[in-house]
Design a protein. Structure first.
Ligand code: ZN
Length: 185
C-alpha cells in the first residue's frame, strides 16, 4: 500500500507550489521553546554496524512509515523523495527529534538518498529542496548560514566491533552544497 498517495495534498505552513506527490502524514511533537534558527539537512541513509542496513536510503513511502513507527524516538518536519515529492510530518511549530542537542531551534529536512557520498541527488529533488529552503529562510528571517548538515551538528561515533565510525555523516559528500547556497544567496 502506498500510504503517501492516499493522503491529502496539504503542506503545513508552506506557501510554495505543491507537486503531485506531495502530502501530509501528521506526527505530533512538543511545542517549541525556542525560535527557529537552524535548518538541518539530512540524508535517509547512513552508517550502521549492520552492513545490510548501511547507507541504504530507502523509498519515500518506506521512510515515512519508518518515522510513523518510531515517532516516540525520532521524527522530522519534511521528507523529500527522489522525485521531489515533499511529505510534511511534524508541524513547524512543534519540535521534531532529528538532531541531538539542536532540536528545539531547528527544522529538519530528510532527503531520500543513500548518504554514502556516491548516490547522486536528483536535480528535481534539489530544486524542491531549494524552493522549500527559500520559503523557510524568508519566513523565519534567516540567511544561508542557518542551513546546516546533520554531520556538522553531531560529532558522536559508533563502535562496530572495535571499529569506530562517525555516527552521522549526512547528507554526505554527494550533496550539492554549492548549487544550493548559490541559488539562495
Ligand atoms: Zn541525519
Amino acid at each position: 500500500m502506498n500510504l503517501v498517495a492516499l493522503l491529502p495534498v496539504l503542506l503545513i505552513g508552506v506557501a510554495m507550489p505543491l507537486a503531485a506527490g506531495d502530502g501530509q502524514v501528521p506526527v505530533v511533537g512538543k511545542p517549541r521553546q525556542a525560535a527557529v534558527r537552524q535548518i538541518v539537512i539530512h540524508a535517509t541513509g547512513g552508517p550502521d554496524c549492520d552492513a545490510s542496513r548501511r547507507f541504504r536510503g530507502g523509498t519515500l513511502a518506506g521512510i515515512v512509515q519508518h518515522f510513523l513507527r518510531n515517532q516516540g524516538r525520532i521524527s522530522i518536519h519534511y521528507v523529500i523523495g527522489r522525485d521531489g515529492s515533499i511529505v510534511s510530518m511534524v508541524p513547524e511549530s512543534q519540535v521534531a527529534y532529528h538532531v541531538r542537542g539542536h532540536n528545539q531551534d531547528s527544522i529538519g529536512i530528510e532527503l531520500v538518498n543513500d548518504g554514502d557520498g556516491m548516490d547522486p541527488f536528483d536535480a528535481t529533488q534539489i530544486d524542491r529542496l531549494i524552493a522549500l529552503l527559500r520559503e523557510l529562510l524568508e519566513r523565519y528571517g534567516l540567511d544561508v548560514t542557518a542551513i546546516k548538515s546533520h554531520a556538522e551538528l553531531d560529532d558522536s561515533t559508533i563502535d562496530c566491533n572495535g571499529i569506530e565510525m562517525k555516527r552521522k555523516q549526512d547528507p554526505g559528500q554527494a550533496f550539492p552544497w554549492q548549487r544550493v547556497l548559490n541559488a539562495l544567496s
